[in-house]
Structures are given as structure tokens and as C-alpha cells.
Design a protein around this ligand. Structure first.
Ligand SMILES: [Zn+2]
Length: 379
């Protein structure tokens, strides 16, 4: 149980985001990676319980919230009659936005864990609370919740919610659910080793990519790790098709991707199954048309170190079966912890770097539009 040297101990927290239904069918632009593959999900996340455990040595109040998922896929007809106390927010809010109306990242400092379990990046303190960035990228004034200033790691289970299942395996396993199951085990492994962790979601809900990126920036962690499983090839391979995507300009992102590649492939290779892979599987980067990072989960968190982990192919039946096993999920979490420990404690460069990746096109930008997003109840 090694301890990261340069990490403050003030907040050792396991944070849960119980998220009510998220942003409905908003038009978050999706990357190739985010592509949804067909079928009706046959599994669903069962974790509707939030339990936030704070093992801080300092003053943090112990937040323990039990919440059942709050249905909030209501349309926002403005007669907010119920007990909702979220301040009505203008569609434009006070955030700086780009020409497409997407909030620019980097406008917050710290996050508020709302008493309904959401993670809301903090824009400013107010006389009686906080002005926050809602999951849909609006502003709201809240009076309740718990502020967290920083976190060692942010773990991001990709996709989520009925509108964004991610890839779906031939047996019906939804990527969003598998991502969450593995991400929760990663969180537990990291917290068990003394790191503080914030999750971008902890239930089956949808969080726009722009918000995931802002949560990273608001907490300034050692790294942001986005957990995914892949789709897109059925080409047989003797080795796993693991892909670890890193930020083009970040040497630490590249190192973490290489370390995760080493550890994850070593773990998976111990299982003798029929893998699928693209020929360039490895640790690599992908530019967009203007030379920046193509994937929103790498571009949006910047300058925070970020890695997009595609552990393997959920669309390969043999792998779908493998990853469905909680023991295998635990192995992936342990591999991630070893990579994180090596990132923090060594200068190991990692390996498995692909120098000339297959050109995958430029496609949609993955910017994370929030136009039609319906915010959940925040307090
Ligand atoms: Zn994905």
C-alpha cells in the first residue's frame, strides 16, 4: 500500500455521484469512440445507492447519503412547482461559451457534491453557498452540498444513461455498465492505496463530455482516466487489442498510457481466449483536423493529464464473457493501480507505443454540445 509522495492528505474521499437521469437526449457530439452500437440494452446498472465515505484526517464532515435514483427526465416546462430549489438558469448562463454555445472549460475551481449526489464544478462562492456549473453546462446557485477542492485522480466511466449505452456486446452487455463496474473497482483500488478519487458518475446516467472535462479541470488531479471498452473490429489476434490513447502534447499522459498498456496487456495475456485487435493496438494519440487531441475526454480536461483507456473489445463474444467476470474486472483495476503507482513513484516510460497509427479520420469533434440538455435536480 504505497502512498503517493506529493499528494495532500486533506481529502481522502470516495465520492459517489448518484445521478438522476442526466441530460436526456441532448445533442452532445460524439466521437467515433462514443458511437452507439445498436441493440436494446439487456443489462442495466443496479447501483442506485450512494454512499460517500470520507476518511479524511481533517475536518471533513462525513457525508453519507442514500439516494434512490431521482427520475428527472422531465421536460423543463418552467413551472417548477415541486421542492426543487435549483435557481432557474438562463439558457445562456454566465459561462463563457464558444461559438457553438458550448461552455469553455477551465472556468471553475473545485467541485460541489450536491446533496442529490451530482458533481457540480464551482464557479464562485456566494453569500450563502456556491454558484456552480450544472451537468448541462448552465449556471445555478446552490446553498447545500459539500465542496471538494482537489482530488488525486478523477475516474471517468464512459457513456451512461439510456440514451448513451456505448458499445453493446453480442450477449447484450452495455459498455456503459461495464465501464462503470470496472471504474468503481479502479476507484476502490486507488482509494485503498491512499489516493483520493472523484468519479464523474457512479450510476447509469449521462454526463456530457464537456462536464467531465470541467470536473477534471476543477480538481486538478494527477490524472484523469476515462474507462472504455472498444467496438469496431472482429479481426482475430493472438494478443489483446488494448488501446491506450494519450494527449498529443503531454509527456505524462503518454507515460501513463504506456504504463497502463504494459500492465493491462500483461494481465489480459494471462487469459487464453480468442482476442480481436486492430493492427496498431498499443499506446498512441489521435489528432483532430487542427492538430489538437481528437477525443473530447483528452482535449477537454487539458492541461490535466488524461488517458482514454480502451481495455479491450466488448463486441468480441469471448472478451465480453471475460470482462463480465468481476474477478477479471478486479484484475483490470489492479493493473490500473500498478500503472498509477509507477506513474507517481518512478520515471518508467511505459511501452507499447504505436508510432504510426491507422488513420481513423476526423469525424465529429466530440465537443459535447449541451443544447437540449435537461438538468437534474441538484438540491
Ligand atoms: Zn466508449
Amino acid at each position: 500500500m504505497r502512498v503517493p509522495c506529493a499528494v495532500p492528505w486533506a481529502v481522502i474521499a470516495t465520492i459517489s455521484a448518484v445521478l438522476a437521469s442526466a441530460c436526456g437526449t441532448s445533442s452532445v457530439a460524439l466521437t467515433d469512440d462514443e458511437a452507439t452500437i445498436g441493440t436494446t440494452p439487456s443489462t442495466s446498472s443496479s447501483s442506485t445507492t450512494l454512499s460517500t465515505t470520507t476518511t479524511s484526517t481533517t475536518s471533513s464532515t462525513s457525508l453519507s447519503t442514500t439516494t434512490t435514483s431521482t427520475p428527472s427526465s422531465t421536460t423543463s416546462t418552467s413551472s417548477t412547482s415541486s421542492t426543487t430549489t435549483v435557481a432557474p438558469v438562463a439558457p445562456e448562463g454566465d459561462l463563457l461559451r464558444d461559438e457553438e454555445g458550448v461552455p469553455l472549460n477551465g472556468q471553475t475551481d473545485g467541485i460541489l457534491i450536491t446533496n442529490t449526489g451530482w458533481i457540480a464544478p464551482i464557479i464562485a462562492s456566494t453569500a450563502d453557498g456556491w454558484q456552480v456549473w450544472t451537468p448541462c453546462g448552465r449556471t445555478a446557485d446552490l446553498t447545500e452540498g459539500r465542496a471538494v477542492e482537489s482530488s488525486d485522480f478523477v475516474i471517468d466511466p464512459g457513456h451512461g444513461g439510456s440514451s448513451e449505452p456505448g458499445a453493446v456486446g453480442p450477449g447484450g452487455l452495455r459498455e456503459a455498465d461495464l465501464n462503470l463496474q470496472v471504474a468503481l473497482k479502479i476507484r476502490d483500488a486507488l482509494v485503498g492505496s491512499g489516493y483520493s478519487v472523484i468519479m464523474t458518475r457512479q450510476t447509469d446516467v449521462r454526463v456530457p463530455i464537456v462536464t467531465r472535462g470541467e470536473i477534471a479541470q476543477a480538481l486538478d488531479p494527477i490524472a484523469f482516466i476515462s474507462v472504455h471498452f472498444n467496438a469496431g473490429t472482429d479481426e482475430g489476434s493472438a494478443d489483446p487489442g488494448t488501446e491506450m490513447w494519450h494527449q498529443i502534447e503531454s509527456s505524462e499522459s503518454k507515460r501513463l498510457a504506456g504504463l497502463m498498456y504494459e500492465e493491462v496487456v500483461a494481465t489480459l495475456d494471462s487469459h487464453d481466449i480468442d482476442w480481436v485487435s486492430l493492427s496498431d493496438a498499443g499506446a498512441m494519440s489521435r489528432p483532430n483536423r487542427s492538430g489538437g487531441d481528437y477525443y473530447g475526454v483528452l482535449r477537454r480536461p487539458g492541461p490535466v493529464t488524461s488517458v482514454l483507456a480502451e481495455f479491450g473489445y466488448i463486441t468480441n463474444r469471448a472478451e465480453e464473457d471475460l470482462y463480465s467476470d468481476p474477478a477479471i474486472q478486479q484484475q483490470l483495476a489492479a493493473a490500473t493501480l500498478r500503472a498509477v503507482d509507477r506513474l507517481v513513484e518512478t520515471s518508467d516510460p511505459g511501452s507499447g507505443f504505436t508510432t504510426d497509427p491507422i488513420f481513423r479520420g476526423y469525424g465529429p469533434s466530440g465537443a459535447g454540445r449541451t443544447d437540449d440538455c435537461v438538468d437534474p435536480k441538484l438540491q
